[in-house]
Design a protein around this ligand. Structure first.
Ligand SMILES: [Zn+2]
Length: 138
């Protein structure tokens, strides 16, 4: 394939150039060159770690904040409760699960649509090893 910028024939698939830029040492530790880093494939969104963190964060935040909510909203059943009282804990867990579930679904949808098409574009990528110009195979 010819580079559209410098007309060189010294071009290579981005996918292959990327895999060649990764070196695995004897200890199993992988390193990647600066050049390889510039060719990295688009990252998929986390479908587990981030949603788990969000669920945990929302649940903890809710436990801390719920006992104070009755001072700003007409929810008298919350008055006098501490963060570790059962109603607060139950509501907080439900809110955390809802937030985590929403986060998983939005990651799945993103990875199935946006990320999938980004990957297809990345896989068609070609790089000129002479001038570094990146272009796409048709
Ligand atoms: Zn070129």
């Amino acid at each position: 394939m010819q580079c559209p910028r410098c007309r060189s024939q010294y071009t290579q698939s981005v996918k292959i150039a990327y895999s060649q830029a990764i070196r695995t040492g004897e200890s199993g530790y992988t390193t990647i060159s600066e050049f390889g880093r510039s060719l990295e494939p688009p990252q998929a969104r986390s479908e587990a770690g981030v949603p788990l963190g969000i669920a945990f964060g929302i649940a903890c935040g809710s436990m801390l904040l719920l006992p104070a909510v009755h001072t700003v909203a007409p929810l008298p059943w919350l008055a006098g409760l501490s963060p570790f009282d059962t109603p607060v804990v139950v509501v907080s867990i439900v809110l955390g699960l809802l937030a985590g579930f929403w986060s998983v679904v939005s990651a799945l949808v993103h990875n199935d649509s946006v990320h999938r098409s980004e990957m297809r574009k990345w896989e068609r990528g070609v790089i000129c090893r002479r001038c570094g110009f990146k272009f796409r195979r048709r």
